[in-house]
Design a protein around this ligand. Structure first.
Ligand code: FES
Length: 288
């Protein structure tokens, strides 16, 4: 550090010290006595705690109580005139005991109550959040078992007269119901992904989560976000997706309804030997 810089720093330190000193002197001259700033409630609380407070000094600036003077009688009453003595009545400062009810809410009570209200609010919000998180499982929405209706009706809707497929979308389950192939690939072996000849595919792309629409011309699912493509039962075909479309476990009721268990997601790796051919026509998003 050069000499000029040291000099500047020294001047700045001196100026700061001078400012602090001036502030301290001004504060002392302001004559504010801390004892005067105490409220009646604080004094009462201190008294109840056994703290002795010194009396508040009377400032010379404040009006002094007028000394009481005994009335002087008539001039022709010598005894009274001779005895006329000014008696200064001592003013006595008395501290009066005040009950907690009279003194209102103390500072400690205020902070205790504020703490209780804050804790209660936080607990309420936490409980509400947890209830909202668990609500789908309680109410039967997404995250619970969804009844998609008779599996025969679903198959009739999904398979067109010309043999092409149009998946049935079940909004409550956020899933496409598609006809399953006669023979499933090995990656599905032993997993509850097919029931009554149908599968339930989650609409969410396994790359970054876009909703994947159906392409009727190619007979597959094609993601418009980054170009991932899947065949008619959601097996990986192309793009950045790391695996097949996820799907939900399914089962049939005794009455033949399809139950989509949206709380049970089944992940499978890319298929080495896809169960369904793809594409069967032009792609909806282009590309190879
Ligand atoms: S989100 Fe579907 S390919 Fe990226």
């Amino acid at each position: 550090m050069s000499g000029d810089q040291l000099l500047l720093v020294g001047v700045a330190v001196l100026a700061l010290a001078a400012a602090v000193g001036a502030f301290a002197i001004a504060a002392r001259r302001s004559g504010v006595d801390w004892r005067k700033s105490l409220s009646d409630e604080t004094r009462a609380a201190d008294r109840s705690a056994g703290v002795e407070l010194p009396p508040v000094p009377v400032s010379s600036d404040e009006p002094q109580p007028e000394p009481s003077v005994l009335p002087i009688g008539a001039a022709d009453e010598p005894v009274q005139a001779a005895a006329a003595v000014a008696v200064q009545v001592e003013t006595e400062q008395r501290l009066v005991e005040v009950s907690p009810e009279e003194s209102g809410v103390t500072r400690r009570q205020f902070f205790n109550r504020a703490l209780g209200v804050t804790f209660g609010t936080f607990s309420g919000l936490l409980g509400t959040s947890m209830l909202a998180f668990a609500w789908p499982r309680i109410s039967g929405g997404f995250g619970s078992d969804v009844n998609a209706g008779p599996v025969g009706d679903l198959l009739a809707q999904a398979i067109n007269a010309d043999g092409s497929v149009t998946p049935v979308f079940v909004p409550e389950a956020r899933a496409y119901v598609v006809p399953g192939p006669p023979q499933l690939s090995d990656e599905f072996a032993g997993k509850p992904v097919e029931a009554g000849g149908v599968m339930a595919l989650w609409q969410k792309c396994v790359h970054l989560g876009c909703r994947v629409p159906w392409c009727s011309t190619s007979q597959g699912f094609e993601c418009p976000c980054h170009g991932s493509k899947y065949n008619g039962i959601g097996e990986y075909n192309a793009g950045p997706a790391p695996r097949n479309l996820d799907r939900f476990a399914v089962e049939l009721t005794d009455g033949g309804d399809l139950i989509i268990k949206t709380g049970t997601v089944v992940e499978t790796p890319r298929a080495f030997q896809p169960s369904v051919s793809y594409p069967q026509g032009p792609s909806c998003i282009g590309g190879g």
